[in-house]
Design a protein around this ligand. Structure first.
Ligand code: SF4
Ligand code: SF4
Length: 429
Protein backbone atom coordinates (compact mmCIF):
# COMPACT_ATOMS: atom_id res chain seq x y z
CA UNK A 1 0.00 0.00 0.00
CA UNK A 2 1.28 3.48 -0.85
CA UNK A 3 2.54 5.38 2.21
CA UNK A 4 -0.10 8.13 2.10
CA UNK A 5 -2.90 5.57 1.74
CA UNK A 6 -1.47 3.63 4.64
CA UNK A 7 -1.40 6.75 6.79
CA UNK A 8 -5.09 7.32 6.00
CA UNK A 9 -5.84 3.73 6.93
CA UNK A 10 -3.89 4.14 10.18
CA UNK A 11 -5.73 7.32 11.02
CA UNK A 12 -9.14 5.72 10.41
CA UNK A 13 -8.16 2.64 12.37
CA UNK A 14 -7.07 4.84 15.26
CA UNK A 15 -10.32 6.82 15.19
CA UNK A 16 -12.39 3.63 15.31
CA UNK A 17 -10.00 1.94 17.81
CA UNK A 18 -11.70 -1.42 17.83
CA UNK A 19 -10.40 -3.66 20.60
CA UNK A 20 -9.12 -6.80 18.90
CA UNK A 21 -6.47 -8.12 21.28
CA UNK A 22 -6.62 -8.18 25.06
CA UNK A 23 -3.47 -9.47 26.73
CA UNK A 24 -3.99 -10.93 30.17
CA UNK A 25 -0.87 -11.24 32.32
CA UNK A 26 -2.43 -14.16 34.15
CA UNK A 27 0.70 -14.98 36.16
CA UNK A 28 4.12 -13.52 36.78
CA UNK A 29 5.50 -16.89 37.79
CA UNK A 30 7.89 -18.48 35.35
CA UNK A 31 9.75 -21.79 35.36
CA UNK A 32 12.62 -20.28 33.36
CA UNK A 33 14.91 -17.36 33.95
CA UNK A 34 15.46 -15.86 30.53
CA UNK A 35 18.26 -13.39 30.02
CA UNK A 36 16.14 -11.12 27.86
CA UNK A 37 12.88 -11.26 29.77
CA UNK A 38 11.35 -7.81 29.25
CA UNK A 39 8.70 -8.31 31.86
CA UNK A 40 11.35 -9.16 34.45
CA UNK A 41 9.42 -12.19 35.68
CA UNK A 42 10.36 -14.20 38.72
CA UNK A 43 10.39 -17.89 39.53
CA UNK A 44 8.11 -16.99 42.41
CA UNK A 45 6.22 -13.84 41.56
CA UNK A 46 5.91 -10.67 43.60
CA UNK A 47 2.22 -10.55 42.75
CA UNK A 48 -0.12 -13.48 43.20
CA UNK A 49 -1.84 -14.85 40.09
CA UNK A 50 -4.97 -12.88 39.38
CA UNK A 51 -8.09 -14.92 40.20
CA UNK A 52 -9.94 -15.91 37.02
CA UNK A 53 -13.19 -14.43 38.36
CA UNK A 54 -11.58 -10.99 38.65
CA UNK A 55 -10.44 -11.10 35.05
CA UNK A 56 -13.80 -12.38 33.78
CA UNK A 57 -15.60 -9.56 35.53
CA UNK A 58 -13.44 -7.10 33.58
CA UNK A 59 -13.82 -9.06 30.34
CA UNK A 60 -17.58 -8.99 30.69
CA UNK A 61 -17.59 -5.21 30.42
CA UNK A 62 -16.65 -5.59 26.74
CA UNK A 63 -19.77 -5.67 24.54
CA UNK A 64 -20.01 -8.67 22.30
CA UNK A 65 -23.25 -8.25 20.37
CA UNK A 66 -22.34 -10.86 17.78
CA UNK A 67 -22.09 -13.60 20.39
CA UNK A 68 -24.69 -16.30 20.82
CA UNK A 69 -24.57 -18.33 24.04
CA UNK A 70 -23.71 -21.44 22.08
CA UNK A 71 -20.01 -22.13 22.35
CA UNK A 72 -18.33 -22.48 18.95
CA UNK A 73 -16.66 -25.78 18.23
CA UNK A 74 -13.05 -25.56 19.31
CA UNK A 75 -10.85 -24.23 16.55
CA UNK A 76 -13.81 -23.91 14.20
CA UNK A 77 -12.96 -20.32 13.37
CA UNK A 78 -9.51 -18.91 13.64
CA UNK A 79 -8.62 -15.40 14.73
CA UNK A 80 -7.03 -13.31 12.05
CA UNK A 81 -3.35 -12.92 12.59
CA UNK A 82 -2.15 -9.63 13.95
CA UNK A 83 -1.69 -7.10 11.13
CA UNK A 84 -4.05 -9.02 8.86
CA UNK A 85 -7.31 -7.74 10.20
CA UNK A 86 -10.15 -6.54 8.06
CA UNK A 87 -13.72 -5.37 8.24
CA UNK A 88 -15.85 -3.77 10.87
CA UNK A 89 -19.34 -2.41 11.20
CA UNK A 90 -21.88 -0.90 13.51
CA UNK A 91 -25.09 -2.19 14.97
CA UNK A 92 -27.23 0.86 15.70
CA UNK A 93 -25.22 3.20 17.86
CA UNK A 94 -23.29 0.34 19.44
CA UNK A 95 -19.90 -0.75 18.21
CA UNK A 96 -20.18 -4.11 16.49
CA UNK A 97 -17.11 -6.22 16.71
CA UNK A 98 -16.88 -8.15 13.47
CA UNK A 99 -13.24 -8.84 14.19
CA UNK A 100 -13.78 -10.96 17.21
CA UNK A 101 -11.75 -10.22 20.33
CA UNK A 102 -8.81 -12.49 21.06
CA UNK A 103 -7.69 -12.83 24.67
CA UNK A 104 -3.96 -13.54 24.73
CA UNK A 105 -2.72 -15.30 27.87
CA UNK A 106 0.73 -14.16 28.75
CA UNK A 107 2.98 -14.07 31.77
CA UNK A 108 5.24 -15.32 33.22
CA UNK A 109 4.45 -18.74 31.86
CA UNK A 110 0.68 -19.25 31.46
CA UNK A 111 1.04 -23.05 31.64
CA UNK A 112 1.92 -22.71 35.32
CA UNK A 113 -1.71 -21.81 35.99
CA UNK A 114 -3.41 -24.98 37.22
CA UNK A 115 -6.77 -23.63 35.97
CA UNK A 116 -5.58 -23.04 32.40
CA UNK A 117 -8.34 -25.24 30.89
CA UNK A 118 -11.03 -23.44 32.80
CA UNK A 119 -9.64 -20.09 31.76
CA UNK A 120 -9.83 -21.11 28.10
CA UNK A 121 -13.32 -22.53 28.37
CA UNK A 122 -14.69 -19.43 30.13
CA UNK A 123 -13.25 -17.16 27.44
CA UNK A 124 -14.72 -19.29 24.66
CA UNK A 125 -18.06 -19.51 26.47
CA UNK A 126 -18.21 -15.73 26.14
CA UNK A 127 -17.68 -15.98 22.39
CA UNK A 128 -14.10 -14.71 22.31
CA UNK A 129 -11.05 -16.38 20.85
CA UNK A 130 -8.08 -17.13 23.04
CA UNK A 131 -4.43 -17.69 22.46
CA UNK A 132 -1.28 -18.09 24.48
CA UNK A 133 2.39 -17.14 24.46
CA UNK A 134 4.47 -19.91 26.04
CA UNK A 135 8.08 -21.02 26.43
CA UNK A 136 6.80 -24.51 25.56
CA UNK A 137 8.57 -26.21 28.46
CA UNK A 138 5.44 -27.96 29.75
CA UNK A 139 3.78 -28.35 26.37
CA UNK A 140 3.30 -32.11 26.10
CA UNK A 141 0.85 -34.09 23.94
CA UNK A 142 -1.45 -34.30 26.94
CA UNK A 143 -1.28 -30.56 27.58
CA UNK A 144 -1.97 -29.96 23.88
CA UNK A 145 -5.11 -32.09 24.00
CA UNK A 146 -6.32 -30.28 27.13
CA UNK A 147 -5.80 -26.86 25.58
CA UNK A 148 -7.45 -27.80 22.30
CA UNK A 149 -10.39 -29.20 24.24
CA UNK A 150 -10.58 -25.83 26.00
CA UNK A 151 -10.91 -24.15 22.59
CA UNK A 152 -7.46 -22.64 22.15
CA UNK A 153 -7.32 -20.88 18.78
CA UNK A 154 -3.76 -19.65 18.50
CA UNK A 155 -0.40 -20.35 20.09
CA UNK A 156 3.05 -18.79 20.04
CA UNK A 157 6.13 -20.71 21.20
CA UNK A 158 9.55 -19.10 21.67
CA UNK A 159 12.71 -20.54 20.18
CA UNK A 160 15.83 -18.48 20.75
CA UNK A 161 18.53 -20.52 19.10
CA UNK A 162 19.77 -24.02 18.40
CA UNK A 163 20.66 -26.31 21.32
CA UNK A 164 22.87 -24.67 23.90
CA UNK A 165 22.27 -21.18 22.53
CA UNK A 166 18.58 -21.50 23.37
CA UNK A 167 19.39 -23.08 26.73
CA UNK A 168 21.82 -20.26 27.53
CA UNK A 169 19.14 -17.67 26.76
CA UNK A 170 16.52 -19.54 28.74
CA UNK A 171 18.69 -20.59 31.68
CA UNK A 172 17.69 -24.26 31.63
CA UNK A 173 19.52 -27.23 30.00
CA UNK A 174 16.24 -28.89 28.99
CA UNK A 175 14.54 -25.87 27.53
CA UNK A 176 15.63 -26.45 23.91
CA UNK A 177 14.46 -30.06 23.75
CA UNK A 178 11.18 -29.14 25.35
CA UNK A 179 10.63 -26.17 23.05
CA UNK A 180 11.30 -28.38 20.01
CA UNK A 181 8.85 -30.97 21.36
CA UNK A 182 6.22 -28.24 21.80
CA UNK A 183 6.82 -26.88 18.31
CA UNK A 184 6.56 -30.37 16.75
CA UNK A 185 3.25 -30.99 18.49
CA UNK A 186 1.71 -27.61 17.70
CA UNK A 187 2.89 -27.50 14.08
CA UNK A 188 0.97 -30.71 13.36
CA UNK A 189 -2.30 -29.25 14.63
CA UNK A 190 -4.32 -27.93 11.72
CA UNK A 191 -6.95 -26.24 13.88
CA UNK A 192 -4.36 -24.01 15.51
CA UNK A 193 -3.06 -20.67 14.28
CA UNK A 194 0.51 -21.35 15.34
CA UNK A 195 3.73 -19.40 15.09
CA UNK A 196 7.21 -19.39 16.54
CA UNK A 197 8.98 -16.27 17.79
CA UNK A 198 12.70 -15.71 18.06
CA UNK A 199 14.39 -12.95 19.95
CA UNK A 200 17.55 -12.24 17.98
CA UNK A 201 20.84 -11.41 19.69
CA UNK A 202 24.56 -11.63 18.99
CA UNK A 203 24.72 -15.36 19.81
CA UNK A 204 21.83 -16.60 17.71
CA UNK A 205 22.25 -14.27 14.74
CA UNK A 206 24.81 -16.63 13.13
CA UNK A 207 22.26 -19.47 13.60
CA UNK A 208 19.39 -17.89 11.71
CA UNK A 209 19.73 -20.21 8.71
CA UNK A 210 19.81 -23.25 10.97
CA UNK A 211 16.79 -22.09 12.95
CA UNK A 212 14.97 -21.48 9.69
CA UNK A 213 15.74 -25.00 8.41
CA UNK A 214 14.80 -26.54 11.75
CA UNK A 215 11.42 -24.82 11.88
CA UNK A 216 10.67 -25.61 8.26
CA UNK A 217 11.51 -29.26 8.82
CA UNK A 218 9.11 -29.31 11.77
CA UNK A 219 6.27 -28.01 9.61
CA UNK A 220 6.08 -24.47 11.03
CA UNK A 221 4.30 -22.03 8.72
CA UNK A 222 5.07 -18.71 10.39
CA UNK A 223 8.17 -17.43 12.11
CA UNK A 224 8.20 -14.03 13.78
CA UNK A 225 11.45 -12.32 14.60
CA UNK A 226 12.10 -9.53 17.01
CA UNK A 227 15.06 -7.92 18.72
CA UNK A 228 15.72 -7.10 22.32
CA UNK A 229 15.03 -3.71 23.78
CA UNK A 230 17.03 -2.77 26.87
CA UNK A 231 14.33 -3.19 29.49
CA UNK A 232 13.93 -5.65 32.37
CA UNK A 233 16.73 -8.15 32.73
CA UNK A 234 18.01 -7.34 29.26
CA UNK A 235 19.54 -4.10 30.55
CA UNK A 236 22.14 -6.20 32.35
CA UNK A 237 23.11 -8.07 29.17
CA UNK A 238 24.69 -5.76 26.58
CA UNK A 239 25.77 -8.79 24.53
CA UNK A 240 22.13 -9.43 23.74
CA UNK A 241 21.84 -6.27 21.69
CA UNK A 242 22.61 -6.20 18.00
CA UNK A 243 24.88 -3.56 16.54
CA UNK A 244 23.49 -1.45 13.69
CA UNK A 245 25.45 -3.57 11.23
CA UNK A 246 23.96 -6.74 12.69
CA UNK A 247 20.47 -5.22 12.46
CA UNK A 248 21.05 -4.65 8.76
CA UNK A 249 22.28 -8.24 8.44
CA UNK A 250 19.07 -9.41 10.09
CA UNK A 251 16.89 -7.29 7.80
CA UNK A 252 18.69 -8.68 4.76
CA UNK A 253 18.16 -12.22 6.03
CA UNK A 254 14.42 -11.69 6.52
CA UNK A 255 14.06 -9.91 3.17
CA UNK A 256 15.80 -12.79 1.40
CA UNK A 257 13.51 -15.36 3.03
CA UNK A 258 10.39 -13.37 2.21
CA UNK A 259 11.41 -13.05 -1.42
CA UNK A 260 11.77 -16.82 -1.74
CA UNK A 261 9.27 -18.44 -4.11
CA UNK A 262 6.48 -20.03 -2.10
CA UNK A 263 6.95 -23.37 -3.81
CA UNK A 264 10.67 -23.84 -3.47
CA UNK A 265 11.86 -27.18 -2.10
CA UNK A 266 12.42 -27.21 1.66
CA UNK A 267 15.59 -28.42 3.36
CA UNK A 268 16.02 -31.96 4.64
CA UNK A 269 14.35 -32.94 7.87
CA UNK A 270 17.17 -32.63 10.35
CA UNK A 271 15.12 -33.47 13.39
CA UNK A 272 13.93 -36.96 12.62
CA UNK A 273 10.33 -36.11 13.42
CA UNK A 274 8.96 -38.66 10.98
CA UNK A 275 7.91 -36.00 8.56
CA UNK A 276 7.61 -37.57 5.14
CA UNK A 277 9.92 -36.64 2.30
CA UNK A 278 9.21 -33.33 0.63
CA UNK A 279 7.57 -32.83 -2.69
CA UNK A 280 9.57 -30.18 -4.47
CA UNK A 281 6.89 -29.81 -7.14
CA UNK A 282 4.02 -28.83 -4.89
CA UNK A 283 6.18 -27.22 -2.27
CA UNK A 284 4.59 -29.41 0.39
CA UNK A 285 5.69 -32.62 1.99
CA UNK A 286 3.56 -35.73 2.05
CA UNK A 287 1.91 -34.73 5.31
CA UNK A 288 0.55 -31.59 3.70
CA UNK A 289 3.03 -29.47 5.60
CA UNK A 290 4.30 -26.36 3.88
CA UNK A 291 7.63 -26.08 2.20
CA UNK A 292 7.41 -22.33 2.64
CA UNK A 293 7.49 -20.55 5.94
CA UNK A 294 6.56 -16.90 6.23
CA UNK A 295 9.29 -14.99 8.04
CA UNK A 296 8.24 -11.62 9.45
CA UNK A 297 9.95 -8.91 11.44
CA UNK A 298 7.76 -7.88 14.35
CA UNK A 299 6.15 -4.49 14.87
CA UNK A 300 9.07 -2.86 16.68
CA UNK A 301 9.66 0.32 14.77
CA UNK A 302 9.65 1.98 11.39
CA UNK A 303 12.26 0.56 9.01
CA UNK A 304 12.29 2.89 6.00
CA UNK A 305 13.54 1.05 2.92
CA UNK A 306 13.04 -2.32 4.60
CA UNK A 307 9.37 -1.74 5.42
CA UNK A 308 7.85 -3.73 2.59
CA UNK A 309 10.68 -6.25 2.47
CA UNK A 310 10.41 -7.65 5.97
CA UNK A 311 6.69 -7.34 6.77
CA UNK A 312 3.39 -8.04 5.05
CA UNK A 313 2.14 -4.56 6.01
CA UNK A 314 3.79 -1.29 6.95
CA UNK A 315 4.79 -0.44 10.50
CA UNK A 316 1.84 0.45 12.70
CA UNK A 317 2.01 0.31 16.49
CA UNK A 318 -1.48 -0.95 17.37
CA UNK A 319 -0.95 -0.52 21.12
CA UNK A 320 -3.96 1.31 22.55
CA UNK A 321 -5.54 1.36 19.08
CA UNK A 322 -6.47 -2.31 18.82
CA UNK A 323 -4.55 -3.77 21.77
CA UNK A 324 -5.18 -3.51 25.50
CA UNK A 325 -3.94 -5.51 28.46
CA UNK A 326 -4.92 -6.43 31.97
CA UNK A 327 -1.72 -6.73 33.98
CA UNK A 328 -1.02 -8.86 37.01
CA UNK A 329 -2.05 -6.14 39.51
CA UNK A 330 -5.18 -5.22 37.53
CA UNK A 331 -3.60 -2.28 35.70
CA UNK A 332 -5.12 -1.57 32.29
CA UNK A 333 -2.49 -0.90 29.67
CA UNK A 334 -1.65 -1.97 26.10
CA UNK A 335 1.13 -4.40 25.11
CA UNK A 336 2.67 -5.96 28.25
CA UNK A 337 6.18 -4.76 27.37
CA UNK A 338 5.16 -1.09 27.56
CA UNK A 339 6.31 0.92 30.56
CA UNK A 340 3.39 0.12 32.79
CA UNK A 341 4.19 2.68 35.46
CA UNK A 342 3.97 5.44 32.91
CA UNK A 343 1.30 4.31 30.50
CA UNK A 344 -1.31 2.39 32.51
CA UNK A 345 -4.73 3.93 31.95
CA UNK A 346 -6.67 2.54 34.88
CA UNK A 347 -7.16 -0.56 36.98
CA UNK A 348 -9.86 -3.22 36.73
CA UNK A 349 -10.20 -3.17 40.53
CA UNK A 350 -11.56 0.35 40.40
CA UNK A 351 -12.49 1.06 36.76
CA UNK A 352 -14.72 -0.39 34.05
CA UNK A 353 -12.33 -1.92 31.51
CA UNK A 354 -14.38 -1.03 28.44
CA UNK A 355 -15.07 2.52 29.60
CA UNK A 356 -11.34 2.98 30.05
CA UNK A 357 -10.77 1.60 26.55
CA UNK A 358 -13.34 3.94 25.05
CA UNK A 359 -12.55 7.10 26.96
CA UNK A 360 -8.87 7.00 27.82
CA UNK A 361 -5.81 5.75 25.90
CA UNK A 362 -5.45 9.20 24.26
CA UNK A 363 -1.69 9.06 24.65
CA UNK A 364 -1.70 5.95 22.45
CA UNK A 365 -4.05 7.38 19.83
CA UNK A 366 -2.52 10.78 19.39
CA UNK A 367 1.23 10.44 19.29
CA UNK A 368 2.16 14.04 18.63
CA UNK A 369 3.69 14.07 22.11
CA UNK A 370 6.43 11.77 20.74
CA UNK A 371 7.75 14.53 18.50
CA UNK A 372 10.60 15.29 20.84
CA UNK A 373 14.29 14.59 21.23
CA UNK A 374 15.60 12.61 18.28
CA UNK A 375 12.10 12.45 16.81
CA UNK A 376 11.42 16.17 16.94
CA UNK A 377 12.78 17.10 13.53
CA UNK A 378 12.64 13.68 11.92
CA UNK A 379 11.28 13.74 8.34
CA UNK A 380 10.01 10.17 8.89
CA UNK A 381 7.83 11.08 11.85
CA UNK A 382 4.63 10.96 9.80
CA UNK A 383 5.37 7.34 8.93
CA UNK A 384 6.85 6.30 12.26
CA UNK A 385 5.09 8.36 14.95
CA UNK A 386 8.08 7.81 17.22
CA UNK A 387 8.22 4.02 16.80
CA UNK A 388 6.61 1.38 19.03
CA UNK A 389 5.14 2.48 22.34
CA UNK A 390 7.30 -0.13 24.06
CA UNK A 391 10.28 1.97 23.04
CA UNK A 392 9.26 4.85 25.30
CA UNK A 393 10.55 3.69 28.64
CA UNK A 394 11.53 5.67 31.66
CA UNK A 395 15.19 5.39 32.46
CA UNK A 396 16.15 6.11 36.07
CA UNK A 397 18.13 9.24 35.26
CA UNK A 398 15.69 10.78 32.83
CA UNK A 399 12.30 10.58 34.45
CA UNK A 400 10.36 10.48 37.66
CA UNK A 401 8.03 7.53 37.59
CA UNK A 402 4.42 8.39 38.38
CA UNK A 403 2.42 6.72 41.06
CA UNK A 404 -0.46 5.21 39.07
CA UNK A 405 -2.07 3.68 42.11
CA UNK A 406 -3.83 7.03 42.41
CA UNK A 407 -6.88 7.53 40.16
CA UNK A 408 -5.78 11.12 39.65
CA UNK A 409 -2.31 10.25 38.40
CA UNK A 410 -1.44 11.62 35.00
CA UNK A 411 1.23 10.67 32.52
CA UNK A 412 4.21 12.96 32.61
CA UNK A 413 5.05 12.82 28.96
CA UNK A 414 7.26 15.82 29.27
CA UNK A 415 9.68 13.73 31.29
CA UNK A 416 10.33 11.28 28.45
CA UNK A 417 13.24 12.37 26.29
CA UNK A 418 13.82 9.86 23.48
CA UNK A 419 12.74 6.44 22.31
CA UNK A 420 15.13 3.70 23.40
CA UNK A 421 15.83 2.77 19.80
CA UNK A 422 15.28 4.25 16.36
CA UNK A 423 15.06 1.29 14.01
CA UNK A 424 15.02 3.60 11.00
CA UNK A 425 18.37 5.17 11.84
CA UNK A 426 19.84 1.81 12.73
CA UNK A 427 18.97 0.23 9.41
CA UNK A 428 18.90 3.06 6.84
CA UNK A 429 22.31 4.66 7.08
S1 SF4 B 1 13.80 9.56 14.93
FE1 SF4 B 1 13.45 7.37 14.51
S2 SF4 B 1 11.97 6.74 16.06
FE2 SF4 B 1 11.86 8.97 15.92
S3 SF4 B 1 10.28 9.41 14.39
FE3 SF4 B 1 12.23 9.37 13.32
S4 SF4 B 1 12.37 7.30 12.53
FE4 SF4 B 1 10.87 7.28 14.17
S1 SF4 C 1 3.98 -1.43 21.66
FE1 SF4 C 1 5.53 -2.49 20.52
S2 SF4 C 1 4.85 -4.63 20.50
FE2 SF4 C 1 3.07 -3.36 21.02
S3 SF4 C 1 2.04 -2.95 19.06
FE3 SF4 C 1 3.45 -1.25 19.51
S4 SF4 C 1 5.31 -1.78 18.40
FE4 SF4 C 1 4.11 -3.64 18.60
Amino acid sequence: MLPFLFRRFRSLETKVHELNYLFWECTQRCNLSCRHCGSDCFTSAKDQDMPLEDFLKALDTIPNPGHSEKQPASGSQQPKSFNQKSGRGKAGSQRFNTRRLTVVLTGGEPLLRPDIDRIGKEIRRRGHYWSMVSNGFFYTEEMHRRLMAAGMNALTISLDGIGETHNWMRGNPKSYDNAIRAISIAAKERRLDFDVVTCVNKRNLPQMEEIYSTLLSLGVKRWRIFTIIPIGRATQEPDLHLSNQEMVQLMDFIAAKRSKPKHSPPPANIHNTNIPANDAKTGANGSGRPAYMEVTFSCEGYLGKYEEKVRPVRFFCHAGVNIASVLIDGSICACPNIDRDLFSQGNIYRDNLYEVWENKFQVFRNRNWAKKGTCSRCPQFKNCLGGGMHNWHASPDSITINDHSSPQSTLKISELKNPLSCHYRRTNT
